[in-house]
Design a protein around this ligand. Sequence first.
Ligand SMILES: [Zn+2]
Length: 509
Amino acid sequence: MKSSRLQNHWQRLPEAEVRRLQAEKLRHYLRTVVIPFSPRYRDLFREQDLDADSIRTLDDLQRLPFTKKSDLLPAPEHPERFKEFIITPDPAALARRPATILRAVLHGREKVEAELAAEFRPVSLFFTTGRSAEPLAFLLTRRDLDNMTSASRRLMEVCGAGPEFRMLNAFPFAPHLAFWFTHYAGVSFGTLTVSSGGGKVLGTEGNLRLIKKLNPDAIAGVPTFIYHLLQQAIEGKVRCDNLKIIALGGEKTSDGLRRKLRDMAGELGARNVNVLSIYGFTEGKLAWAECPFPHDQESGGYHLYPDLGIIEIVDPKTGRAVPTGQPGEIVFTPLDARGTVVLRYRTGDYTDGGLAYEPCPYCGRTLPRLVGRISRSSEIREMHLDKLKGTLVDFNELEHVLDDAPHIGAWQLELRKAGDDPFNLDELVLHVSKTDSTPDPQLSRELHERFYSQTEVHPNQILFHSNAEMCRLLGVGVVMKEQKVVDHRPRPNGDAPASAVKPELNKTL
Ligand SMILES: [Zn+2]
């Protein structure tokens, strides 16, 4: 209840007050938790000659160096570097804390010991997801799960869910944030939730049976799987007329996909569906949602929880924080996390809108919001399409272009080498499935034009597939990040191509 009241208080504050309270909370967190008990940050603060009081305002955060994913990856001389980021309290130091002593006097030693265990002892372990990067392990304590419970309940409020809702959680069952955050969202909000585990556990058939049985008000999952599921539901003439919210996570959501999913829900008998996007990452142990907005308007952005974490937007090249409302890379600092803790964590995600503090035009909350489109900053790839020079292709932009394209449903971009020769030119193959009976040559022409007008690059080949073949290519329902862009280029040193390194990603339904 405490955090609910806190949230109600925070969501009515102006920008300056939010930032002041965040700085105050950060100082307290650094002083009592991070600097004393995090091996990594204890050393780092010492090396940089900083302490908690060095952070007077949020602008002072910039005095702290960033933490990057590579800082947690094992190195040959240091195979378990991620352990340095785990909050590991010293029992003697804890026993000396005035608050601990006072509580022990008031409530007895046993109760205090139980509280400390709940605060610091890891009880769960999640892994990061990514198309190419090595997964990282993140430990969570009971306190982290409590914060996740509070955040996920707020996420349900932001989405406009009701406690009487029935929800289908179709995220892949895995030790990943999306599945568990959705599970906690249902439990904490008091909503009947069935977690199907996605396509891998129950198959598309099993998920369809659940839709028939449950007639859900909300469905949450990965966009490509939800698309596939609704398509199958339409083919099977399933009714799903209670549906009000489709919540999508794990991949970005384009306007084109929202429109398609709304139309499909309409065919299932659901006339007024909000397709809402969820953004989150394991390293932050949090996820944020959009509130419902009119279909012909721009999203109000992801509504943040300012008491649980700080989001900064920085220039990805210089690392300098950008002014409110400017685009840049998303950087996260928790305010109450235990277990594995990273400060000023560079997500590698880029927002073209930045932060907004004015009241949300749709729900009126004055929570900070992350607005605009979010994309992976690492998805601009160099391709050698002709012999003269490399061409930079922005795959983020291409994904939006393809999601918005008429007549096509699922798609995949494949990068190959001509003749599988690592020294030859790169080739771009577009795999698509059609949503209607547009003739292949006509659609092929339209896609070529659309592709070229946005990227000045032509795909070498456009291949048409059935829905089932596309699902197999994409790993629909099996993986968190479905493989919309796959790199099958062999490397000159004889290494396997990037997407062949993880065999589990190539499993089929
Ligand atoms: Zn809103």
